[in-house]
Design a protein around this ligand. Structure first.
Ligand SMILES: NC(=O)C1=CN([C@@H]2O[C@H](COP(=O)(O)OP(=O)(O)OC[C@H]3O[C@@H](n4cnc5c(N)ncnc54)[C@H](OP(=O)(O)O)[C@@H]3O)[C@@H](O)[C@H]2O)C=CC1
Ligand SMILES: O=C(O)C1=N[C@H](C(=O)O)C[C@H](O)C1
Length: 270
């Protein structure tokens, strides 16, 4: 069987470079194109060189359309506006769209859902196996522990991250809410400052730290009467997200159009 032809969006970015390396390392896929934002420094550069691999003959373009017309899948870790537009293109081209971009609004999510009528879209706030396994464990813990156990989600990321809470923190918050049988939106506390009053029973709290080069640390704390249970994940290298994204493209390729989570792809849905 011929290799799956994958295009990397945001090729000059932190994840773009990790994706180019992952595509080069994983069997059964080939890099057929790479692009970045119009005017970005990466435009016109060799994608392999950009990712520290040596030349691979793929020049970073600023026009995704001709690349998507010749591809089987798109790996997209960019920015919300770009991702919404790319989901439309992926639907037109009837290809796989793997979305790692976080910070999407409700309207963005609706547009992506609409595009999944024609594209096979895999979207997750975290593409690593470890975090998706953690989400299953969090769901299970939240089901077993009653509301006397206060749930707090703590995350830390590098100084360049632009959205908070992280996509992973929200994924873990949703898993906790699901386990507890509640709706996250009406029970989440995104920030605390000043005289906040006492914590409301049943709330799920979020706290975000930013600094240095931290790839991504997440903990879900169940703080109960006289004991605390903490479930954590520490990402040490972006390759865990990039490898997950490539695996998602491979597994989604034979599937029918729709919107899939990484848990669907990994068979972790309970
Ligand atoms: N789901 C997951 O597992 C993970 C998700 N992420 C998410 O991925 C996203 C990117 O993260 P990261 O790589 O660190 O960020 P970077 O800022 O390093 O990279 C984003 C890249 O996308 C480019 N870009 C922006 N707009 C467009 C556009 N319209 N067309 C093409 N390219 C565009 C940027 O260009 P320019 O800089 O010129 O604007 C940049 O090169 C974030 O939302 C992050 O939260 C990150 C890691 C894992
Ligand atoms: O921006 C990042 O870097 C990351 N973003 C994702 C998130 O928002 O959770 C995944 C990972 O934690 C790294």
């Amino acid at each position: 069987m011929s290799d799956l032809r994958l295009v990397v969006a945001g090729a000059g970015g932190r994840m773009g470079q990790a994706l180019i390396r992952a595509v080069a390392e994983i069997e059964g896929v080939t890099l057929s194109g790479a692009f970045d934002r119009k005017g970005a420094d990466a435009i016109g550069r060799d994608a392999g060189e950009l990712a520290g691999l040596g030349q691979n003959g793929i020049t970073v373009s600023e026009d995704p359309l001709p690349l998507l017309a010749q591809a089987d899948g798109l790996l997209d870790f960019t920015a919300p506006a770009a991702t919404v537009q790319l989901a439309e293109y992926a639907a037109q081209a009837r290809i796989v769209h793997v979305i790692g971009t976080t910070g999407l609004s409700r309207e963005d999510e609706e547009k992506i859902k609409a595009a999944s009528r024609h594209a096979r879209i895999v979207k997750s706030g975290n593409m690593s196996f470890g975090v998706n396994l953690l989400a299953s464990l969090v769901r299970q813990a939240a089901k077993v522990l009653d509301v006397d156990y206060d749930i707090e989600v703590l995350e830390m990321h590098h100084r360049h991250k632009v959205d908070a809470p992280s996509g992973t923190a929200l994924l873990l918050g949703h898993a906790a809410a699901e386990g507890r049988g509640i709706d996250l939106d009406s029970h989440s506390v995104r920030s605390r400052d000043g005289h906040t009053g006492a914590r409301k029973t049943g709330d799920i709290g979020f706290a975000a730290l930013r600094g240095g080069s931290v790839v991504g640390d997440h903990s879900v704390i169940f703080a109960g009467p006289s004991e605390r249970i903490t479930l954590s994940h520490h990402a040490e290298d972006r390759k865990i997200f990039a490898n997950g994204a490539v695996k998602a493209a491979i597994r989604a390729h034979p599937m029918k159009p729709g919107l899939y989570s990484m848990a669907d792809i990994l068979g972790l849905t309970t």
